[in-house]
Design a protein around this ligand. Structure first.
Ligand code: SAH
Length: 223
């Protein structure tokens, strides 16, 4: 993999990414910064895009889907307040990059993707990198993963018209759910905490994600 560009050069690019894109914009959690410095993001994109993997932008990962901008990955992860022992559900595996970041910071990751080819490629990459505590499923993630519920954390990485009810149900008491919610072209990150069975919401950074398509999301992916 990564012919031409030596591993040490990628490590330097990751250090720059953290120093130039994350710290100045207010990402503070040292565990999140360390995970972003460690996970080889260039292995989650096509070889032809590897030299852009640490740039300040989203990149295509095939099937009209994208790997999110590093800053957005860091912000979402920081909002989850992971301490190390949590069981996390991610909706929208995509390239698998966010799942790797979650696996660095939590105990167990369950990740659901609706497009089989993406799920299979992500699983290959994550196995190659040695991540063992990640479970994969090809399904409509708006229905959650009832057999593995409840989850202390839920992260939706596709733009949702609203928080899907099954995901709110599968979040444990005191748990945190983070999701981009809005219309098809622009969303805002929502952090929701489950307190006495109800979600208490905070609104954060504006963002743009590909649509969450499913029973409790958008009905089709016409964009
Ligand atoms: N977390 C990914 C980026 C996600 S892009 C990464 O780190 O690379 C959004 C992904 O959500 C796409 O791959 C898309 O196919 C997937 N998706 C959209 N609707 C979905 C649904 N209902 N269930 C599962 N995955 C879905």
């Amino acid at each position: 993999m990564s012919e031409g560009i030596p591993t040490a050069a990628f490590q330097r690019l990751r250090e720059w990414m953290v120093a130039d894109q994350l710290v100045p914009r207010g990402v503070k959690d040292p565990r999140v910064l360390r995970a972003m410095e460690k996970v080889p993001r260039h292995l989650f994109v096509d070889e032809s895009l590897q030299d852009k993997a640490y740039d300040d932008m989203a990149l295509p990962v095939g099937e009209s889907q994208t790997i999110s901008q590093p800053y957005i990955v860091a912000v979402m992860t920081e909002l989850l307040e992971l301490r190390g022992g949590e069981k996390v559900l991610e909706i929208g595996t995509g390239s698998g990059y966010q799942a790797a970041i979650l696996a660095e910071l939590a105990a167990e990751v369950y990740t659901v993707e609706r497009i089989r080819s993406l799920s299979e490629r992500a699983e290959q990459t994550l196995r190659y990198l040695g991540y063992a505590d990640i479970h994969f499923r090809v399904a409509d993630g708006t229905l959650g993963w009832p057999e593995a519920a409840p989850f202390e954390r839920v992260l939706i990485t596709a733009g949702a018209p609203e928080i899907p009810e099954p995901l709110a149900e599968q979040l444990s008491e005191g748990g945190i759910l983070v999701a981009p919610v809005g219309d098809r072209f622009a969303q805002q990150l929502i952090k929701a905490k489950k307190l006495q069975g109800r979600l208490s919401k905070e609104y954060h950074t504006p963002c743009v994600f590909v649509p969450l398509v499913g029973e409790h999301g958008w009905k089709d992916d016409n964009r």
